[in-house]
Every structure is written in structure tokens, then in C-alpha cells.
Design a protein around this ligand. Structure first.
Ligand code: BES
Ligand code: MN
Ligand code: MN
Length: 450
């Protein structure tokens, strides 16, 4: 099971960079072969205007419930590669403090090849034991890390083929290996690139400096003004649709253990920031954010160059909470950013990604089945937790297919997804493979088909 995962991890399926298009295709084909090997039928690498989607299914009977498993085989770029202790696409198992039984180090180990592959291996195990309690359909996509732009159309086009009772996704995490949890909320996302243009060419900062507007200075001032002294986002209308949670809901959330000291230590910071009236876990899940992801312009090479740049650029992400609408927020951001720009410069804003926030129920048969399955394998009832990350397609499953999702992830926040030295615990990988079949068992029982 490890060797076969390693095979997938060796394929650099970076969806963002066209240089890897061939590898993305190769990875889709490798996922398809694994599905076939596991016993799935009608396995297909389906073409989209972007990267392919892998489909496969295992149909038992029309009387048992159908579970649609979603995952992604694409990965984030490995950059900055010099910060990896081992090459990003040469998987290796090493022990860490948090993973004393070893962790698989590679880009995609946790997000999402390792977690997605647990489902293929779980199917294989169930087929081998002759006990598959539900019909299972798989869609494994190759564009999650670039916003799943072609998946909505795919869902529309193949509504019937994808008909199911619930969606099951392992692309989130648990609190700790001795503290299981189930993700019950994801934030949405509005991601924009902004460009400020000042003078029509780069200028000598001595000859022109003082009177010529410097777009980098101006961009920094504009970005700084996007939060006030209380860390509230100043974009006009930004909080209009934000739902305040009840005290009871906030209390339930606070059941999830959180140590501020351990948090600070784990990422090497002297203190947290954000809205004081919310706890750090709340700021990271039920509150929206605005973050600069990158800023550049002017001279950034060796040594010094005296220059007033003509152009400055930045990438900005806003994480959204129910019921914020990413299109509305993007429009509000554009209007606000244009309004605060001084007349000395011009502004261009390009929307990049959008994703809707999602919350999943805790009182559904599917959630209960997932909870029971984890209780069996961890010996503890999992705690429902809202996460700060985004999976764009979860809202689409509900909107287009009318399906709720169970976010059945087994990763840890410390697994360094999207970062150098991404890893996934061997414990977590096998725990997932052990737990998933129990989900099917309890879910089938809940539907009266035990
Ligand atoms: N699997 C992550 C999202 C995630 C991780 C959610 C852990 C909850 C817990 C997913 O692959 C991801 O990185 N999503 C992007 C979305 C974007 C590229 C549109 C994100 O959240 O930045
Ligand atoms: Mn993911
Ligand atoms: Mn990701």
C-alpha cells in the first residue's frame, strides 16, 4: 500500500504550471489503473477543458446507498525547492516528534494523494474481503489546487452518472492523532491580483523622487489601510452577510482543545493577531480574513538600484464565512480598492479564484456513520470542528447534485501541506484505510441495508 502510493507521489502532477501538463495526465492514468486494480469498473480518464477527471465505480445493488468519493490527484508547486530536506517528488519515510511511527515526506503526501489513495485501498480491501456495503463512485480531479474551474460544468453534464446519496471527501484534517475530529465547515475564498501603475516607465529615484508617485509606496499604504487598528477589514460592506454564531455554538466549538503556546511554538511566532473578541481558533474558522499572499515590483535583485518603479503588484486572498458570497465580496473589494487609490496612479484588479463557504450537518446519517467509524478505530468520539481552508467543490456538490458532504480527513495541520517538507503520517494513512470501510458499514446500516 505504501509502494503504490509512492508511485503516485513520484509523478509531479502540479496543476498550476503548464510545464507539468504531461505529468498531470500521467498521474490521472496512474489513478485510473489503481482504481481498476482495486476492483472498480467503468474506469475512465475523462477529458475536460483543463486537466482530466478520473471516474470509476463499484456497483453492488440498487438497494444499497451510493457514496460519491471525491479527491484530487493534483498538487501544489514544490517551490521553494531549496527548503526541502529531501526532493519533493522522491517520497521517503522519516520519523518526527509528532509521527514517531514515521511519516511519508513528499509533495501531495497529505494533500491529497495520500488521503485520496486511502479510499482506493479501502475499496480494494472491501472487494477482497467480499464485503462492500454501499455502491461507490469515484471522481478524482486534477484541478483542485487551481480552483476546480471545470468541475461545476462536469457535475452539470454528468448529473446522472454521478447520482449518489452522499459525498465522502478526505482532504481535511483531525485535531491530533489521539484527538479525532470531523471537519464540518470550510471557508470560501476570493482571490485577487492588484496592479498599481504610476509613472509610464521606471524612473531615477534621485532625479524624480519626491514628486513622482511611487506605486510600491502607494500600494503598501493602500494595503495597510485594508485593516483598522482593531484588525477589522475595512472593505466597504465586507461584513454585511457574515453570520454571528450563537454563544451555544461558540461554546461547542471551544470543546476542541487548543493551546495558544503550542500554536505559537509550532510556527515560531511571538504572538497571535486578529480580532480580540474572538479566540484564535475562531479567527481561523468562523471569521473572514484578508491576507497579502505576495507583493512585488521595482528592483529585487542583488545589490542596490535607485529606482522608482512604474508598476507594483500584489496578490490578496480573502477567506469567507457563511453567508458571504465570493462574487459580491470580489466586487466590493474592487470598488473599495479603486476608491482608495490616489488620482496619481491607476489601478487594475484581476479576480483569480472564487470559492463558496460550506457547512456540513452533524445530525445526518452520514455524519453519524463517520463519527461511529472513527469512534471504533480511535476509541473516542470525534469532535466536530470548522476548518479555515477551502475546497471549492463542496458547495457545488450541494448546489448542483443536491448532495451533502462528509469531510472525512485524517491529516494534521502540522503536516505542512502547501509548504516544503509536506508529509503524512504512516499512522494516519493506515488509520484512514481502516476507518473508511466502517463508514460504509454504518452508513448502509442507517439506510436499513445492513
Ligand atoms: N485540502 C485543502 C483544503 C483544506 C486543508 C481544508 C485542510 C481544510 C483543512 C485544499 O487542497 C486546498 O488547499 N484548497 C485551497 C483552495 C484553493 C486553491 C482554491 C485553499 O484552501 O487554499
Ligand atoms: Mn486538498
Ligand atoms: Mn491544497
Amino acid at each position: 500500500m505504501l509502494d503504490e502510493l509512492f508511485h503516485l507521489l513520484r509523478i509531479p502532477s502540479v496543476s498550476a504550471d503548464p510545464a507539468y501538463d504531461g505529468d498531470v495526465q500521467k498521474c490521472a492514468e496512474a489513478v485510473a489503473s489503481s482504481l481498476t486494480k482495486a476492483g472498480a469498473i467503468n474506469v475512465e480518464v475523462m477529458v475536460t477543458p483543463g486537466h482530466p477527471i478520473v471516474f470509476g465505480e463499484y456497483i453492488v445493488d440498487s438497494n444499497v446507498p451510493t457514496v460519491l468519493v471525491y479527491g484530487h490527484y493534483d498538487v501544489q508547486p514544490a517551490d521553494p525547492i531549496e527548503l526541502w530536506d529531501n526532493p519533493a517528488f522522491e517520497p521517503i519515510i522519516k520519523k518526527t516528534d509528532i509521527h514517531p511511527e514515521g511519516a511519508i515526506f513528499a509533495r501531495g503526501a497529505c494533500d491529497d494523494k495520500g488521503q485520496m489513495f486511502m479510499h482506493i485501498k479501502a475499496l480494494e480491501a472491501m472487494v477482497a474481503s467480499g464485503d462492500v456495503p454501499c455502491n461507490v463512485k469515484f471522481i478524482i480531479e486534477g484541478e483542485e489546487e487551481v480552483g476546480s474551474d471545470n468541475l461545476d460544468d462536469f457535475l452539470e453534464q454528468y448529473k446522472e452518472k454521478l447520482a449518489a446519496d452522499v459525498v465522502l471527501v478526505s482532504d481535511t484534517g483531525i485535531i491530533a492523532n489521539d484527538t479525532p475530529s470531523i471537519c464540518v465547515g470550510l471557508r470560501g475564498l476570493s482571490y485577487v491580483e492588484v496592479e498599481i501603475t504610476g509613472p509610464n516607465r521606471d524612473l531615477h529615484s534621485g532625479l524624480y523622487g519626491g514628486a513622482a508617485p511611487n506605486p510600491l509606496n502607494i500600494l503598501c499604504e493602500m494595503i495597510a489601510s485594508l485593516k483598522d487598528k482593531d484588525q477589522r477589514i475595512t472593505v466597504d460592506g465586507f461584513y454585511d452577510d457574515v453570520i454571528e454564531l450563537s454563544d451555544a455554538e461558540r461554546k461547542a466549538m471551544a470543546r476542541a482543545p487548543f493551546s495558544e503556546d503550542a500554536y505559537k511554538y509550532s510556527i515560531g511566532i511571538g504572538g497571535t493577531e486578529g480580532e480580540l473578541s474572538y479566540s484564535p481558533p475562531e479567527r481561523m474558522s468562523i471569521r473572514p480574513t484578508l491576507d497579502l499572499n505576495g507583493i512585488w515590483g521595482g528592483y529585487t535583485g542583488e545589490g542596490a538600484k535607485t529606482v522608482i518603479p512604474s508598476i507594483a503588484r500584489a496578490k490578496i486572498s480573502m477567506r469567507l464565512v457563511p453567508h458571504q458570497d465570493f462574487e459580491k465580496i470580489t466586487d466590493q473589494f474592487i470598488a473599495h480598492f479603486e476608491k482608495i487609490a490616489p488620482p496619481s496612479v491607476s489601478v487594475k484588479i484581476t479576480p483569480m479564484h472564487g470559492a463558496s463557504p460550506a457547512v456540513t450537518p452533524t445530525d445526518s446519517p452520514a455524519y453519524k456513520a463517520a463519527s461511529k467509524a472513527m469512534h471504533d478505530t480511535y476509541g473516542k468520539e470525534p469532535i466536530p470542528v470548522r476548518s479555515g481552508g477551502s475546497i471549492p467543490i463542496v458547495a457545488s456538490f450541494e448546489r448542483i447534485l443536491g448532495l451533502k458532504t462528509v469531510l472525512f480527513g485524517f491529516g494534521l495541520d502540522s503536516d505542512a501541506i502547501h509548504s516544503p517538507n509536506e508529509h503524512y503520517g504512516v499512522f494516519n494513512y493506515f488509520k484512514g484505510i481502516e476507518t473508511i470501510p466502517l463508514f460504509y458499514k454504518y452508513y448502509a446500516e442507517a439506510n436499513g441495508n445492513a
